[in-house]
Design a protein. Structure first.
Length: 340
């Protein structure tokens, strides 16, 4: 049994976290994962600069960034993840989030921590010196952590990769530097920026970071079943695990891990249960985002839920054309019939 992981006011008995995923891990998804057993969630990445600028816009201009940081009671404990390259904006944004006093939905609950994105590989972000580019600029990265840490009482966590590329796998030294700058926890994705999501995430990097720092280390990368989690814990000694793609269309993964930890036999969901969850998911997205946006964004999730079922490719095509929840339900009915 592993020791509980403490992050501010949150105590995670199994150290089980849902990763931030822009465009995927919104409120609806985070709630489903929490219900399945995730003990902690993180917002989609939020631009610190956009959050700050938005506050200065006219009251009539709708807030588009702040809603990304809104937290409902059901998905807490949750951290809000900021990205940016300028310590002043990062600090101001973190202060806004901690105060809960800002334009645009502040949510029902305050964040339990501020997470700083130092892993995003996307050119639009890294090209601006943000996300994974900060791993090439440890001085700036440390200045950001220090500025945020000095400005808020909330714990400050940092999410990094193995490094920029194969020639600069600096995660252990970098993590040490973030610790010295005030970071309270480090999450490590065992790939370099150049690898994006290519196979494989390297647990040795996570182990090396764990050896290098005394703050808690959370391992991330390629956790698709409970056995992957057991292996990562064994190989790295990590204090927690964070799951991203493994939960797509499969929030049940968290139940599988809990069952392993509690020594219980795990019964995977039946096809009917899986599809019922997909429909609950789509309906919640439509309820929260409205028919047009909710449906458009729900589609990719629906495709993921079909994975592994007979006739999935036909269903996928029909789902891409489905115009409403009833049509989605009809596609799933046919799919279940095919799999009887
Ligand atoms: C669609 C998608 C969006 C992501 N968005 C974010 C993000 O906003 N912030 C972040 O730190 N990482 C983001 N990530 C990276 C994941 O949090 C995670 O580090 C990575 O996917 C490796 O974990 P996995 O192997 O479990 O997927 C994203 C990944 C995916 C697939």
């Amino acid at each position: 049994m592993m020791a509980p992981l403490k992050i501010g006011t949150a105590t995670l008995a199994h150290g089980l976290m849902l990763a931030p995923m822009a465009g995927v891990s919104d409120t609806s998804f985070r709630i489903l994962c929490r219900r399945a057993g995730a003990e902690y969630t993180v917002s989609e990445m939020v631009s610190a600069k956009a959050l700050c600028f938005e506050q200065k816009s006219r009251p009539s201009v709708p807030a588009r960034t702040a809603p990304l940081a809104a937290i409902t009671a059901e998905e807490a404990p949750m951290a809000v993840q900021l990205f940016g390259s300028e310590p002043d904006f990062m600090k101001e944004a973190a202060m806004l989030l901690e105060s809960g006093q800002y334009k645009g939905a502040a949510g029902e609950v305050c964040p339990v921590a501020i997470d700083i994105n130092m892993g995003c590989p996307v050119a639009k972000v890294a090209g601006n010196g943000e996300g994974s580019a900060l791993m090439r600029d440890p001085r700036r990265a440390a200045a950001i952590v220090r500025a945020v840490k000095d400005a808020v009482r909330l714990p400050v966590t940092v999410k990094i990769r193995a490094g920029w590329d194969d020639n600069s796998k600096n995660a252990p030294e970098f993590a040490k530097r973030m610790e010295a700058a005030g970071a309270d926890l480090i999450t490590v994705h065992g790939r370099t920026r150049q690898q994006f999501y290519a196979p494989y995430s390297d647990n040795r990097v996570i182990a090396a970071v764990k050896q290098a720092v005394s703050i808690p280390v959370v391992g991330n990368g390629d956790l698709f079943c409970a056995a992957d989690v057991a292996r990562m814990r064994e190989e790295t000694g990590c204090d927690g695990v964070m799951i991203a793609r493994g939960a797509m269309g499969n929030p049940f993964l968290f139940s599988e891990i809990l069952a392993m930890d509690e020594g219980r036999e795990y019964t995977p969901p039946t096809d009917r249960e899986r599809i019922a969850l997909a429909l609950t998911h789509a309906a919640d997205m439509v309820a929260r985002k409205g028919e047009r946006i909710g449906l458009a964004e729900a589609r990719k999730h629906m495709l993921w839920y079909c994975k592994g079922l007979r006739g999935a490719s036909v269903a996928r095509e029909a789902l891409t054309r489905a115009e409403g929840l009833e049509e989605i339900r009809a596609v799933f009915d046919t799919l279940l019939e095919t799999n009887r």
